[in-house]
Design a protein around this ligand. Structure first.
Ligand SMILES: [Zn+2]
Ligand SMILES: [Zn+2]
Length: 355
């Protein structure tokens, strides 16, 4: 055989060997990742912390970086959820099992806060095999939402029970159960106390949406506060006083006004009307910063971001004036953002589980 042919044959064989080896390496990597996900390894970094993980940092406006409203609170071995918007699907994407969530807290009933409740119920059931319903806490009206989702997902539950058996999919586990409360009084209302974690609801101003609440989570001497959807509110400031982290909704008036102006030029009166309407029941980033400053909170996380911020220039404009109004650290959430309070020394760290 001529030398050239031998060389070519050797090169081809070497190439095949590298390919085969590559596949082995890739398989090893994939198997390791599957095992890590099955064992919830990602949660290990939150041991001995009180943490918030944002699964949905957006609003009803579609945004590739920000799904509909959803957040996890991690306190010890408890994982709780605030709102069940489309960000619910990001929880599994982060490697966290929805089977861990036994309690969800609704802030109000705008669709971007409830539209994935059915998926949460189903995924929790499939991932855990639990035999008791998901507890859905929320202001009066929560019963109607829960009954609706239980009814709408009835056929799906019957298919899964038939397919996997009720031993694997216990019927009660696929359901949700409402824990509704009256609009909280001025001093707030404790809606859950469990294993050292206390959850307090407080009324906010999202008029004409009524009821609308925010929540405070207290654990081992530290706390997180969620504003819910609200116009600038002294109630949020009162409940956030002395907390470690405030997660506040935010809408940029100048950027939304840009949409209104272009919509007006393009003769889109519906867009003009709606973009003007939404200004009165949300909080601007500077107003949220003023609330955080008034409450003396060291970390402010903007979430429920309106509108989309697809380029860095817009992110810069979104927080224009915030540093002048607020002495603490702040960040704009996207799906995957987290903030952790170390329970030993109180230090605060933040990062992203998806990016
Ligand atoms: Zn909303
Ligand atoms: Zn809302």
């Amino acid at each position: 055989m001529p030398v050239v042919k031998v060389v070519i044959a050797v090169v081809i064989l070497a190439g095949v060997a590298v390919f085969a080896f590559q596949d082995q390496l890739v398989n090893k990597f994939i198997n390791k990742r599957i095992a890590e996900r099955l064992n919830g390894v990602v949660l290990q970094q939150f041991t001995n912390t009180l943490s918030v993980v944002i699964c949905g940092a957006g609003s009803p406006i579609p945004d590739p970086q920000r799904s509909g409203s959803c957040a996890l609170v991690i306190a010890g071995d408890q994982v709780l959820m605030i709102d069940a918007g489309s960000g619910v699907s990001q929880v599994s994407a982060m490697g966290i099992s929805l089977g861990l969530v036994d309690n969800v807290f609704l802030t109000h009933f705008h669709s971007d806060h409830i539209n994935s409740l059915g998926e949460l119920m189903t995924q929790r059931w499939a991932n855990s095999g639990k035999d008791f319903p998901l507890a859905v806490h929320g202001p009066n009206g929560t019963n109607t939402i829960v009954n609706g989702f239980n009814m709408a997902y009835g056929s799906d539950r019957s298919y899964r029970e038939a397919h996997h058996t009720t031993a694997v999919m216990p019927p009660q586990g696929g359901l949700a159960q409402a824990h509704a409360f009256k609009l909280p009084p001025a001093e707030g209302l404790v809606v859950l106390e469990k294993s050292g974690l206390k959850v307090t609801a407080f009324a906010v101003d999202h008029s004409p949406v009524d009821p609308a609440v925010g929540y405070k989570f207290e654990y081992q001497g530290h706390s997180l506060v969620f504003s819910g959807d609200t116009a600038k509110s002294l109630v949020v400031q009162k409940f956030a006083k002395g907390s470690d982290v405030l997660i506040h909704e935010a809408l940029s008036t100048p950027i939304v006004n840009m949409i209104t102006t272009v919509a007006s030029q393009e003769n889109k009166p519906r867009v003009v009307k709606i973009t003007q309407d939404i200004l009165d029941y949300h909080t601007s980033p500077v107003e949220a910063a003023q609330v955080a400053q008034g409450a003396n909170v060291p970390f402010l996380l903007f979430s429920h971001i309106v509108p989309q911020l697809p380029i860095n220039n817009l992110k810069k404009r979104f927080v224009e004036g915030v540093a002048d109004a607020y002495d603490g650290e702040f960040s704009i959430a996207q799906d995957g953002s987290f903030v952790s309070i170390d329970l030993k020394d109180g230090s605060i760290s933040h990062g992203d589980l998806l990016n």
